[in-house]
Design a protein around this ligand. Structure first.
Ligand code: NIG
Ligand code: FE
Length: 391
């Protein structure tokens, strides 16, 4: 079937101000036509051209698919008890990662694929049409490569995060581990990865170690991104800007100097409200970033320790309620912001020629995504013009 129309869209969000009102480029009573998986026509539903198949959404809202630029999707094991302990008052430390590492190393490929596939299906139900996935729950040469290979079966946005924490067998030998990550492990990982990431934070890797690893990754042809300022500000944002990281992620702790650096850079500030929520940490104030003109993304950080959610709508609701986003800023951050954090121009909006990745909402406007927290509003999700989820 070569052309498909989605008609009777009550409120169409394009993220293209030349196609409709405001920064979100909103049109009412609209239709889109998809050809070869891309947006081929946008206009009034009453003027929609003849197509091979038409699908009415009867007045619902249609938004660009969410772009989840930060997730950790390939792992085994369960850490719900750790969450319960935290809610009783224990503090979050990166140490819990090692529990997942033990479970992931001993899991079969079949088990890891099944776990990942379940989470990907959850993401489609949540309106996510592109997601990034990091390694970092294996932390040895063979298993980092193995988990990245599995991630690659589900997404092209794969990230080598061998520098998540120093594994127990390298306790007190962190520099040896850094050399392994930047050498043999990087070599094994790079055929399966597009990006390289380091958890540059208190209790993980310091700025010099992170620079060594990210620079080695860049020299090997990977693109850099970084976990920055989640637990403390040890200077990771400065490094992000120095290395032109596509994104600096978390930013729970954020100084004015960091904000100025980001504003003058090509690095996106990716905020992860699920992590502050699930570790009961104070939320960063995104208004400071917006006021300085920093590009902002929202992502789920889906992982078994600090943010076990695939709900971008939940992250948006928290961002609006507690981080100073407007509903409009939250939608932009979860779509075009995520695309920018992945340095992609074919996703994150519905301009002509972009990938036909979108979701239909059971709601009269996109604002309902944060106005109705915890309510599943996703009616259907489409990738390359194909329906991957229908309620
Ligand atoms: O992005 N910050 C480091 N990594 C993950 C948490 C990993 C874990 O606790 O398993 C994050 O929040
Ligand atoms: Fe993370």
């Amino acid at each position: 079937m070569s052309s498909v129309a989605i008609t009777e869209i009550g409120s169409l969000v394009t993220n293209d101000s030349t196609l409709g009102d405001g920064a979100l480029g909103i049109r009412e009573n609209a239709a889109i036509v998809i050809e070869h998986g891309k947006i081929a026509w946008i206009g009034d539903s009453s003027n929609a051209p003849a197509v091979d198949a038409a699908h009415s959404v009867a007045g619902k809202t249609l938004i660009p698919g969410f772009v989840d630029s930060h997730a950790h999707m390939v792992f085994a094991g369960d850490r719900s008890e750790e969450f319960a302990a935290r809610m009783r008052g224990e503090s979050y430390s990166a140490g819990g990662i090692k529990t997942t590492v033990a479970a992931t190393r001993s899991a079969s490929n079949h088990e890891l694929r099944e776990n990942t596939s379940r989470l990907v299906a959850e993401m489609h139900r949540a309106g996510i049409t592109t997601f990034e996935s990091k390694s970092g729950y294996a932390l040895d040469v063979e298993n980092e490569a193995r988990t990245l290979q599995i991630a690659n079966e589900f997404t092209t946005e794969t990230t080598f995060l061998g520098a998540h924490v120093v594994p127990s067998e390298f306790a007190d030998r962190a520099d040896e581990y850094v050399a392994l990550v930047a050498g043999e492990m990087l070599n094994a990982a790079k055929p399966h990865a597009k990006w390289i990431d380091v958890f540059c934070d208190r209790g993980a890797f310091d700025v010099d170690q992170a620079r060594t690893i990210l620079s080695a990754g860049v020299a090997a042809g990977l693109w850099p991104r970084i976990h920055a300022n989640q637990l403390a500000n040890i200077g990771a944002v400065k490094l992000a800007v120095e290395l032109d990281c596509a994104s600096a992620d978390h930013l729970t702790h954020l100084s004015d100097e960091d904000i100025d650096l980001l504003a003058g850079s090509n690095s996106v500030a990716t905020l992860l409200p699920g992590a502050e929520f699930s570790t009961r940490s104070a939320y960063p104030d995104a208004r400071r970033l917006f006021a300085a003109g920093v590009s902002v993304a929202l992502a789920t950080d889906c992982n078994p320790g600090s943010s076990f959610t695939t709900s971008m709508a939940f992250c948006m609701a928290v961002a609006v309620r507690d981080m100073g986003f407007s509903p409009e800023q939250a939608l932009l951050a979860a779509t075009s912001g995520g695309a920018k954090a992945l340095r992609r121009t074919d996703i994150g909006g519905l301009s002509l020629g972009m990938k036909a990745d979108f979701s239909v909402l059971n709601a009269p406007s996109y604002i309902h995504l944060s106005y109705r927290p915890g309510v599943d509003l996703i009616d259907s999700t489409w990738i390359d013009g194909k329906n991957v989820y229908q309620r």
